[in-house]
Design a protein around this ligand. Structure first.
Ligand code: ATP
Length: 580
């Protein structure tokens, strides 16, 4: 396939914000794509050349891309940098420069999707001496054959800034439209089913989602669909070394609600405050993934001998929580403390000693060549009890209670909180392992924090589609006559609709802007908002000395006066209360 066709699709996607229209555009492209190009097309649509969970990334710096552009268009570095400053987007700069250049040279080779994909991939794989020159050569090869629009999207892809607004759900639905007869009514922006029903369609979508949950790779899913249609998905299965989307929990307000949602009796586990660690063992090697599918094997190599010694089995996938502890006192540490280990690239051994983790196993997905996803929770729990030999501060199982007795469960919940854990997770004993959140099976019980009333004192202009909106808001809490920063919120605000949108909030805040610096604006404290969050943490970043974990804007509080803004005393009180 010519790269031009993909570029036309990028453009069309860029020109609409309607989800169904985007889905239609993508499904048309996929239908046109032959087997030989399908993986490349699906990856490039997502702006990637490796599966999303692969450690290898394109990783191209803007400076290098600018340099390649200089060499291709033959203008000075200053000119490129000047334009770049003006446009703020190197992709656009590439488009402008190639437009000008086109009038001079006419020797161009047609770019194919395969060629673009290969060059970008090869560039990402380069290591060692002379890498910079080789990278510039690979980019130049593409840019010198590219037309202006192609140059724009190649550059954006190289810089990992494609941003054409296609999320996972859209690709999944577009794939469904290629195998199920869906009629898209452009005028009404609706879909109809002439030869089928929504119910059947939903089943197809669920099948594709399931295949994706197992692989986290739309390339593989699309290739299977191309090969054998829906039947092809049956061959997509759990693969050692590829992360599976984890099973997640919904909230319950109390134990009674938890029991009615997962059935009686239920398995109750302590909910630990660490991070999810999916452990894959195969061919005598290990791969570790986070909940967001990052490969962190390198950062946690110290766990390998522990797994070798205390877990039986030649291959497996375990679902675990890694919990940090203080090596001197043995006390468990909150997640924020160990979170620095996840992205750490240097001094890994040193930090592994300073901030060790204990593996707490709570589930098994695959064991000795058998997929356990369809086994009942009860049996999966039994299996981990058989294969893990517990060793304090190395590897343990989550503390469990199987019961329907509210009194016993209450005591278990209290014990968990008293020991400093987050709460409990209640699990349906009969449920299989299902990726995702609203899948039923797991519910969490956690003390709820009361929301805060805070004032907006600053904001950042958005990027991409959101450049005309303020999209991230600095919150302030009161101290005397001042307002001190206590975090940033961007969640809870809608893109469109009747509720509080970015556009509405921008309109309200714009007249209150006191100063601007780059993307950042200072805002006169006037607008009060209600913010919910999961935890108050100490933080050196903000003036108040505190930050909110997972803040979410619930809405405006026009009914309150500035004076009603929560003050430092309340923040400190809540912080202490949650510590207990
Ligand atoms: P939270 O922010 O409350 O931790 P979350 O958004 O991370 O929630 P949830 O679905 O609410 O995710 O809770 C599941 C998470 O809790 C898992 O991803 C895992 O990291 C953690 N967890 C801790 N203990 C357990 C356990 N015993 N069983 C399953 N998950 C556990």
């Amino acid at each position: 396939m010519d790269y031009k066709e993909l570029v036309e699709t990028y453009n069309a996607l860029d020109n609409t914000s309607k989800r169904l229209e985007k889905t239609n555009i993508i499904s048309k492209l996929i239908k046109k794509t032959g087997k030989e190009d399908i993986i490349e097309v699906i990856y490039l649509l997502q702006g990637i050349v490796f599966p999303i969970w692969d450690e290898r990334k394109i990783g191209m710096g803007s400076k290098l891309a600018a340099k390649a552009l200089v060499s291709v268009v033959g203008v000075s570095n200053d000119k490129v940098v000047g334009l770049w400053r003006k446009e703020g987007d190197l992709g656009k700069v590439a488009e402008i420069l190639i437009t000008n250049k086109k009038q001079r040279t006419l020797h161009r080779q047609k770019l194919t999707v395969k060629k673009v994909f290969e060059n970008i991939r090869n560039l990402a794989l380069l290591e060692g001496k002379g890498t910079v020159d080789k990278k510039i050569r690979l980019i130049s090869e593409l840019l010198s054959s590219a037309d202006p629009k192609e140059a724009r999207f190649i550059t954006k892809t190289l810089l990992d800034k494609l941003r054409i607004g296609i999320r996972e759900g859209i690709i999944r639905d577009a794939l469904a439209w290629t195998v199920y007869d869906v009629d898209y009514d452009e005028k009404e922006n609706k879909i109809h089913f002439k030869n089928g029903s929504r119910e059947e369609y939903n089943k197809v979508v669920a099948k594709i989602q399931h295949a994706y949950n197992l692989t986290n790779d739309f390339g593989v899913v699309a290739a299977s669909l191309k090969e054998k249609g829906l039947k092809g998905l049956e061959y997509v299965s759990v693969t050692l070394g590829k992360p599976i989307n984890p099973m997640l929990a919904i909230k319950a307000d109390d134990i009674k609600e938890a029991l009615s949602s997962v059935g009686k009796p239920a398995l109750f586990d302590y909910k630990l405050d660490g991070f999810r660690l999916q452990i894959h063992k195969f061919n005598n090697k290990y791969v570790f993934f986070t909940r967001r599918l990052e490969n962190i094997t390198n950062q946690f190599k110290e766990l390998i001998p522990i797994l070798n010694k205390y877990v039986k089995g030649k291959n497996y996938i375990l679902d675990t929580e890694a919990v940090g502890y203080d090596p001197k006192t043995g006390n468990y540490l909150p997640f924020q403390k160990v979170s620095q280990r996840i992205k750490r690239k240097y001094d890994i051994e040193k930090i592994a000693k300073e901030l060790p983790v204990e593996i707490t196993v709570f589930d098994v997905i695959y064991y000795n060549n058998k997929n356990y996803m369809n086994e009942k929770q009860e049996n999966r729990r039994k299996l981990i009890e058989k294969i893990v030999k517990e060793k304090d501060k190395k590897i343990v199982l989550t503390k469990k209670l199987i019961s329907s007795d509210i009194k016993k469960i209450e005591k278990f919940y209290d014990d968990a909180l008293r020991k400093g854990h987050e709460g409990l997770i209640a699990k349906n004993l009969n449920k299989e392992y299902v990726s995702g959140r609203r899948v039923g099976g797991w519910v969490k019980l956690k003390p709820v924090m009361e929301p805060l009333q805070l004032v907006i004192i600053g904001a950042d202009w958005g990027e991409g589609k959101r450049t005309t909106w303020l999209s991230s808001f600095i919150l302030g809490c009161k101290k005397g006559n001042e307002f001190l920063e206590i975090g940033k919120v961007g969640t809870g605000i809608k893109e469109k609709g009747d509720e509080l949108t970015f556009k509405k909030l921008t309109k309200i805040l714009k007249p209150l802007i006191e100063s601007e610096k780059g993307r950042h604006v200072m805002i006169k404290p006037k607008i009060l908002v209600e913010v919910s969050y999961e935890e108050i943490q100490r933080s050196p970043t903000y003036g108040s000395g505190y930050a909110l974990r997972f803040p979410r804007l619930n809405g405006l509080r026009n009914d309150l006066r500035l004076d009603d803004c929560d003050d430092m005393a309340r923040i400190e009180r809540l912080y202490k209360k949650q510590k207990k």
